[in-house]
Design a binder for this molecule. Sequence first.
Ligand SMILES: [Zn+2]
Length: 356
Amino acid sequence: MRKKLLSLIIAVVMTVLLVVPVNADIIDDGYNGFATRLYTVVLGRTPDPVGLEYWGNRLRTRNISFADCARGFLFSQEFLAKNVSDTEYVTVLYRTFLDREPESAGLDYWTGRLALGSVNRDTVIEGFSNSAEFGELCRRYSSSSSASNGITVCIDPGHSGVVASGYVPLGPGSSDMKLADTSGTRGRFSGVAEYVLTMQIANQLCTELEARGYNVIMTRTDNSTPVDCVTRAQIGNNGADIMVRLHFDGLDNSSVSGAHSIVIAPNNPWNPQTYAGSARLGRCIIDSYCSATGIRNRGVSEQNNMTGNNWSTIPCVLLEMGFMTNQHDDLYMTNPANHSAMVNGIANGIDAYFAS
Ligand SMILES: [Zn+2]
């Protein structure tokens, strides 16, 4: 009797162990929900944890749009290998973009045009992804992504491991051309590259802001993608309320230390309407950052020679978090133990900006 009971308990425990998800900390939000749907509808299978995390994160950080995410699945080797007929293909598009089965008139219309060769499969995707029905579906998924405060922050991690080449106008319509991007500075004492550190702080700031209810857009999420300064601004202009650009300073003179905010000047020829917001944002962030970190506060600089700032149509600040050529600043900022103080300082400044 006791033996039977024991084996029953073992059986129950084994069953419970088997149903525990492999990756228990997968986020249950609309972004992962959308990606999960694509696995089911397009690939006809349950998502693998690595793939789900990858697509969920790209959606969450606005690295990719809902439409491009769907396109990624529809052009994946896995889906292409299924070699579906036009009818099956259009049916999958209805399920993917409209979340429903096709009505016969619509199905006939699209399969007919595909058969005639007057459209290709990519054009059909465009038709579906531009529909109002799909827009509604996207809003449903992004709004189910929890306690949003309705504010979107664009974080621009300065520079990149691969520097965008060529030249871009200093401001919209300007004939004054500047380098599209630069390689940035490097820690004289730590040896850490600026673009590596801006990415680290940006990732942590993204997590912190999302935890505080902000939506976050990132201008880059890896160190191998070149992004020019006009594109950085345009990513922010496309849906963000404010733009926070993260940088570190460098100078030959290693005795110079401290952080400062750079914003446009009131006489900016391109987007002067953003001056007041930018100046206030710059002040909120620099004061809060310096009080959280103890880094010397060099205040707010107003200048019209920053391409990314000039192209921003939203309040924009370029935060120079300290000098990587100064021993104290460099060793402080590259020490991961100080990163949460740095990130909290910036996030508190953003809170203060929206609170006042
Ligand atoms: Zn920089």
